[in-house]
Ligand binder design. Structure first.
Ligand SMILES: [Fe+2]
Length: 224
């Protein structure tokens, strides 16, 4: 799993509209998560994806959090306001960071790994078999516009394939992501053009199941 990405910086000055916030929370890109030498997903494809798209979200969330230090909260308005715009784009950009980090981590160095008995037991219980889960996960990745995410549902202890149209659209709350697949065009266009299914097949060739097994262990411990 990843190290804690957060560093804390004291802002140089606080405006009168800081809303009680006294710290600016900044994050840095996690270069150690960049995969290389994958089967069926080229280094050039990964380079564009990691350096341009992922790091773009890191830069924008830091900019948003900076602006939140001084935004005028007294003018907050649901139709339009600077504060509303910051909150909406915070959810898009921060989830853009989080989902990409989970995605890159779960396809890096996966050679020789496999789902362990505990993960197989949960996939069998919730989907009937590994193959039935995989078929549904692939359909989810084709039907949605942003992400397919296998999640552990803390409310009922279920595994669910959650499809997202964007980083912040249709994600199920009170769940823990176990396996994350990026299906935005930017994830495969360099290699595959418009053909998404072969990219999803290549994704499965590279999954680091050790990472997924560990995420499930942590999720099971998190359920009261
Ligand atoms: Fe992406």
């Amino acid at each position: 799993m990843c190290d804690n990405p957060f560093t804390f910086q004291q802002p140089s000055s606080l405006g009168g509209n800081s809303g009680g916030s006294s710290l600016s929370v900044k994050i840095s890109p996690k270069d150690q998560l960049k995969p290389k030498g994958l089967k069926g997903i080229s280094d050039q494809q990964l380079e564009y994806h990691f350096e341009t798209h992922y790091k773009g979200y890191v830069g924008k969330i830091n900019e948003i959090w900076d602006r939140m230090q001084t935004v005028d909260r007294s003018k907050a308005n649901q139709n339009f306001s600077d504060y509303r715009a910051l909150k909406v784009e915070e959810s898009f950009n921060y989830m853009g960071v989080v989902l990409h980090e989970l995605y890159f981590e779960n396809i890096k160095d996966g050679k020789g790994t496999s789902p362990n008995a505990r993960l197989m037991e949960h996939l069998n219980k919730n989907f009937g078999s590994f193959d039935k889960w995989k078929e549904d996960f692939k359909a989810c990745g084709i039907a949605l516009r942003g992400w397919a995410v296998l999640v552990y549902d803390l409310t009922n202890g279920k595994l669910i394939n959650n499809g997202l149209d964007a980083h912040n659209m249709y994600g199920l709350l009170n769940t823990i992501p176990l396996l994350v697949l990026d299906v935005y065009e930017h994830a495969y266009y360099t290699d595959q053009g418009p053909k998404r299914p072969p990219y999803i097949d290549a994704f499965f060739e590279n999954v680091n199941w050790d990472v997924v097994n560990k995420r499930l262990d942590a999720a099971l411990k998190a359920r009261p």
